[in-house]
Design a binder for this molecule. Structure first.
Ligand code: ADP
Length: 448
């Protein structure tokens, strides 16, 4: 097992990784930008080093700076968390070149899933269901008009290099299609430095359902069941639950097998997530996230598997200690992302100092937080404060506990989306499990 691990991240996920390391008896090295000097995770790590100014491009995205600390402190491995450099093949390669283990998948797997077109092509060839469309970059708009007519409107134009819900445009007719191709290309170029876009069928009320997988370096792949992440704003998740309310044993087996097939197709190892869109009993590959996800705790709770520890053990060369038959789903878990943002005002971020802080607790509650009373939420990064997770023997109990925990949670000094979450857990469609990726828009009036 590793002796010392560097965590190339910040906030709650840095805390999460430090906790896993401590339980495995591994020393930790934290890196921080000037904006995070007094952050919770820097106080929990065994060593910590400043890697630059607040702007992520000069600190958390600065490969050289991070590598300098890694070499100076003599770490065996680096955990990248999520976001920042976690899906950057150059970073994984930089670790490899220095003989430091990257706690994540092989460089080639990150590369192949980094391009949405490429990922879709690989999955289609591997027999994983994908949405109708073309897995080629759009060059001639006339050709695309033909494709759109063939698959039927509405269609979606997507940036191949897209992420974070950006670089997607929907078209309901020929006129809109031409405009959307142009606008999405230009967003793709400015946001991702790559104007490659492609077309696929747009589903109007799908559910976003994903499968967590774990794979070791010896070809053993298991899945840990499903999560539903349909409640999104600007294509970004706000509430996740496991299992999905519509899940059946039969569907889970089918989706799980597709996800395992996807992982095997790219010789994957580490933790990963295969995302699908679900509509009318059918599911389609959306993308694969080659890292630990924000919402991993809900799966940990219903399976009893510590995904971050498994990731570390796999990276250290251990074999998976269990098989698919050993995976048992018990109860129901829901996660609310507690963000410093104003849900009533278009979810605009609300950074600042937390003046007063009281965290919830009691039966069935887990809180993965990156803050404390007096901590600062810097304006430079995402606005995630913590993840409130509620567990119950069934969905109703999980909802009741979430409702109670939200009422206990007190954060003063910054605007949070706690009132939004309180409204959702009392909303009749949510309670019935009647949700889609348009849930927030469809219930905008009620949630205000
Ligand atoms: P990103 O990489 O930016 O997160 P994804 O490919 O994961 O983008 O898609 C994010 C969200 O966008 C999905 O959860 C879904 O809500 C929506 N979406 C993407 N493709 C489609 C599609 N073909 N039809 C309907 N919604 C889609």
């Amino acid at each position: 097992m590793f002796k010392k691990v560097l965590i190339a991240n910040r906030g709650e996920i840095a805390v999460r990784v430090i906790r896993a390391c401590q339980e495995l008896g591994i020393k930790t090295v934290a890196v921080y930008s000037e904006a995070d000097e007094h952050s919770l995770y820097t106080t929990l790590a065994d060593e910590c080093y400043c890697i630059g100014p607040p702007q992520a491009s000069k600190s958390y995205l600065n490969i050289e700076r991070i590598m300098t600390v890694a070499e100076k402190t003599g770490v065996d491995a680096i955990h990248p968390g999520y976001g920042f450099l976690s899906e950057n093949p150059k970073f994984a390669k930089a670790c490899e070149d220095r003989g430091i283990v990257f706690i994540g998948p092989p460089v080639e797997a990150i590369e192949s899933m980094g391009s949405k077109i490429n990922a879709k092509r690989i999955m289609k060839n591997a027999g994983v269901p994908v949405l109708p469309g073309r897995e080629d970059p759009i060059e001639d708009p006339n050709e695309v008009i033909e494709v759109a007519e063939e698959i039927g409107y509405p269609v979606i134009i997507k940036a191949s290099a897209g992420g974070g819900g950006m670089g997607m445009g929907v078209a309901y007719n020929k006129q809109e299609l031409i405009e959307t191709i142009e606008s999405t290309k230009s967003i793709a170029q400015s946001a991702f430095g790559d104007s490659t876009v492609f077309i696929e069928k747009y589903l109007e009320k799908p559910r976003h359902i994903e499968i967590q997988i774990l794979a070791d370096k010896y070809g053993n792949v298991v899945h840990l069941g499903d999560r539903e992440c349909s409640i999104q704003r600007r294509h970004q998740k706000l509430i996740e639950e496991a299992p999905a309310p519509i899940m059946t044993e039969e569907l889970r087996v089918k989706m799980g097998e597709a996800a395992v097939k996807a992982a095997k197709a790219i010789n994957y190892h580490s933790a990963g997530t295969v995302e699908f869109l679900y509509n009318n009993g059918e599911f389609y590959f959306l993308e694969m996230n080659t890292r630990v996800q924000v919402e991993h705790p809900i799966t940990e709770i219903i399976t009893g598997c510590d995904i971050v520890k498994e990731q570390i053990k796999i990276a250290a060369g251990e074999k998976l200690s269990f098989t698919q038959e050993d995976v048992e789903i018990r109860g129901h878990a829901i996660e609310c992302r507690i963000n410093a943002e104003d849900a009533v005002n278009d979810f605009i971020p609300s950074p600042g100092k937390i003046k007063h802080y009281r965290s919830p607790g009691g039966p069935g509650i887990r809180l993965d937080s990156g803050v404390y009373g007096g901590a600062e939420i810097p304006p430079y990064y995402d606005s995630l404060i913590s993840k409130l997770i509620a567990y119950g023997r069934d969905r109703n109990e999980a909802i009741a506990r979430m409702k109670r925990a939200l009422s206990e949670y007190m954060i003063l000094g910054v605007i949070t989306n706690i009132p939004f979450h309180k409204a959702v857990v009392e909303e009749p469609d949510f309670i019935k499990g009647n949700i889609s990726t348009h849930y927030i828009d469809d219930h905008a009036e009620y949630l205000k």
